[in-house]
Write a protein that binds this ligand. Structure first.
Ligand code: NDP
Length: 291
């Protein structure tokens, strides 16, 4: 391996410690940031995420409110809960865990969240604010990727960035953030022609596809910085394993720096969620935001 490992786990631990310090200062002024997480149904992966979010929220000194609803909950009931959380002054951040059961309209539910409490940054107002370069709530996964890129590369302006994946939760906001950093951004997806050639132009390659080890080393420009967002559960030698969208073994021989899976983007996502909750709390109370 020649690439530098971008250690998301330790980066996230540092960010969580900074968040916890800020929380202590707010608490000294009588203010405790609160995060409400809503889970509908029993998706096992979602249950793990929600449990981790709750644990880390409490570890950072904040209040955690968990709401678990059965899978057959009527949409109107979920919307009522969101309205109550919107009105609750002890709740500064609201996250509705996706995916929602099929009988629910996820867009309608997300857009019912008060944009000021939308710590996932998925509300249409926050999407619009981000797209127009205004102050917004920034989606946690791309925000974590950007923090690691800035930390590793410093100024990103003028670099060629290729984002593979165009989802609303990762690909598109990632591209907006990189554009905001003055990168020359290409968004690739399942219809992109000659994806290998597109990837080879990237100084920064962000893979957010959801296909195990789809991007091999020979698609990567020598020295490029590779951010692997993918989390894919596979079986290797009869054992369950997590792998990214990038073939780590071959990519790490070509790239200049690369995030591992696990231990790269994943831990940063929850740390950014905690940071967004503190930001929301500060904004709601007219206090200076954490940097
Ligand atoms: P989506 O399924 O919503 O989007 C996947 C994107 O990849 C789509 O835009 C799709 O293109 C594109 N794609 C699919 N196949 C190909 C292909 N063969 N070539 C090029 N592009 C392709 O996924 P998400 O954005 O939600 O998540 C992506 C990955 O990131 C997943 O593995 C997920 O688990 C992981 N993830 C990790 C997080 C973390 O904290 N680390 C957080 C969120 C997600 P098209 O639009 O044309 O269909």
């Amino acid at each position: 391996m020649t690439a530098t490992l971008i250690d998301g786990k330790s980066f996230a631990a540092t960010l969580r410690a900074r968040v916890a310090e800020h929380v202590q200062r707010l608490k000294a002024d009588g203010l405790t940031p609160g995060l409400a997480v809503v889970l509908v149904g029993e998706d096992p992966a979602s249950e793990v995420y929600v449990r981790n979010k709750g644990r880390q929220t409490i570890e950072a000194g904040m209040q955690s409110f968990e709401h678990k609803l059965p899978a057959d909950t009527p949409e109107a009931e979920l919307l009522d809960l969101v309205a109550r959380l919107n009105a609750d002054p002890s709740v500064h951040g609201i996250l509705v865990q996706l995916p929602l059961p099929r009988h629910m309209d996820a867009d309608k539910v997300i857009n019912a969240i008060d944009p000021a409490k939308d710590v996932d940054g998925f509300h249409i107002s926050n999407v619009g604010l981000l797209g127009t370069g205004q102050k917004s709530m920034v989606p946690c996964t791309p925000l974590g990727c950007l923090m690691m890129l800035r930390d590793h590369l410093g100024d990103l302006s003028g670099l060629n960035a290729v984002v593979v994946g165009r989802s609303n939760i990762v690909g598109k906001p990632m591209a907006q953030l990189l554009l905001g950093e003055s990168c020359t951004v290409t968004i690739a997806h399942s219809r992109t022609r000659d994806l290998a050639e597109v990837c080879r132009r990237a100084d920064i390659l962000v893979a957010a596809v959801g296909r195990p080890e789809m991007i091999p080393g020979d698609w990567i420009k020598p020295g490029a910085t590779v951010i692997d967002v993918g989390i894919n559960r596979v079986e290797r030698d009869g054992k369950p394993r997590l792998v990214g969208d990038v073939d780590f073994a071959s990519a790490s021989r070509v790239a200049g720096a690369i995030t591992p899976v696990p231990g790269g983007v994943g831990p940063m996502t929850i740390a950014c969620l905690l940071a967004n909750t503190v930001t929301a709390c500060c904004r709601a109370n007219g206090l200076p935001e954490p940097e």
